[in-house]
Every structure is written in C-alpha cells, then in structure tokens.
Design a protein around this ligand. Structure first.
Ligand code: MD3
Ligand code: FE
Length: 222
C-alpha cells in the first residue's frame, strides 16, 4: 500500500472502502441474522501457535470452511467448530448478497470469519495468507463501534496509514492490497448501538469473507 504525501492511502491498488454501504436498517437485519447463526456456532477464543497465548478478539465462522488457530495446530481452515465439533452454519444470504455486490469475483466465498472486539481489544499487524486463492479479494463488513484500522504494504517495515472503519462500512481488499499488512489498533467505545441487546456493552463485529480454495475453473482437469 503506498501512502501519498498527505498520509492518505492511495486507492489505486485494490483497496476500496465503501463508506456507509449498508444502511441502518440493513445493519440491524445483519445483526439479527448473525445472532441466530452465532447461537449455532458460539464465539471461541483462538490461541497463538506455539505460545498458546489467547487472542483478545473472539471469533467464530460461517460457511464451508472456518479459520481457527490454537497452540498445537496453528493457523488453518477447517470444516468444523473447534469446541462443538459441528459444521459451521451457512453464510447468511444477506451476507452473500454483499459479496456479490462488491467483490467483482465470480465465485462464492467459502469462509466468513466473524471477529468480536470488546472495548480495549486489538489485532496486531499481520498478513492474511492462509488461503490458496490469493486472486480473490477479501471483503470486510464492519458493524457496531468504530475502530481505528491500520494498513501498510507487503513488508512489515513499510509505512502504514490509519483510518476509521464505522458500522455499515464495507472494505474490499484485492490486488496488491490482498497481501498488505493490516491490523486494528483500537475500538472507540459508545460509537454505535446497532449490536443492541446482543452486546449491551457495545463492541465491534467484523465479518471477513474469503475464497479459500482455488475455484473450479482453475482445478486440475482429468
Ligand atoms: C487487508 N480482520 O480477520 S478487516 C482478519 O477488522 C482481519 O477484524 C480485521 O484482519 C478486522 O484477518 C480487519 C479488513 C481486512 C481484512 C482482510 C485483509 C483488511 C485486509 C486482507 C488483506 C489486507
Ligand atoms: Fe487480517
């Protein structure tokens, strides 16, 4: 990700933010759908590979494949919930519609990672490279409290830019941005009420939609 002289992220490298893409009614409908699916696949606490240090962010997944991490198995995609051992619930249709609307990608996502950030939690700078299909964009949907998002380049030492992501914003990370280092530096408590009585204390939910495996048109032919 290149940064111009005023510190703004240049939007010509596959990083697009659709501010306010989802209106308030749409956000509330999404929250209701998520709440139903999370009743089937409850939030779990992932842990760092090797050290076993727990993440401060809680996670769950929808769709055929879910991203998990624990001390012994490390980062990976798997078809079942690590605590319940049941398949992940389907990605809600309202979420699939957002992918179709913004991704520009002809195949459906296989993973919808759901991250919950309570006030005071963060996610360190990292790259997302556990997917086989790096040609597909990642689509991020923000709900609840505003956060401070940071994005850099493809090397950890590259300069970074910070921007706020608010409830209803949708970010599309494709092209060079797909392998950019990024993280969440902070949550701004009390900036949204859309999580309602699901999380009376507030917080932020982020959905990331990803293609994990190569799509069928690139599979080997017999
Ligand atoms: C830039 N999630 O789950 S979403 C993650 O808000 C993750 O929960 C953050 O980073 C969150 O891995 C950021 C925006 C995002 C997602 C994927 C990306 C930015 C990205 C992949 C490549 C580059
Ligand atoms: Fe990420």
């Amino acid at each position: 990700m290149s940064i111009d002289r005023s510190g703004k992220v240049l939007k010509s490298e596959g990083f697009v933010i659709r501010s306010g893409f989802i209106d308030l009614a749409g956000q509330k409908e999404l929250v209701a759908a998520l709440r139903d699916a999370v009743a089937v696949a409850p939030f779990f606490t992932p842990a760092m590979p090797r050290s076993g240090k727990p993440f401060s962010v809680r996670m769950t997944n929808f769709g055929p494949l879910g991203w998990v991490s624990d001390r012994d198995g490390g980062y990976r995609y798997q078809a079942s919930h690590p605590d319940t051992c049941r398949p992940w619930p389907p990605i809600p249709e309202s979420v699939m519609a957002i992918w179709r609307g913004v991704s520009g990608y002809p195949h459906p996502p296989e993973a919808c990672l759901v991250n919950y950030y309570a006030a005071g939690t963060r996610m360190g700078l990292h790259q997302d490279r556990d997917e086989q299909d790096l040609a597909a964009p990642v689509v991020s949907i923000s709900l609840g409290d505003t956060c401070l998002f940071r994005i850099g380049g493809t090397r950890r030492s590259d300069p970074t830019a910070s921007l706020r992501l608010s409830s209803g914003d949708v970010a599309v990370l494709g092209g060079a941005a797909r392998l950019a280092f990024h993280g969440i530096d902070r949550i701004y408590p009390g900036t949204s009420t859309v999580l309602g009585d699901w999380f009376p204390e507030g917080g932020r939910i982020n959905l990331t939609l990803r293609r994990v495996t190569a799509p069928p048109d690139r599979a080997a032919v017999s």
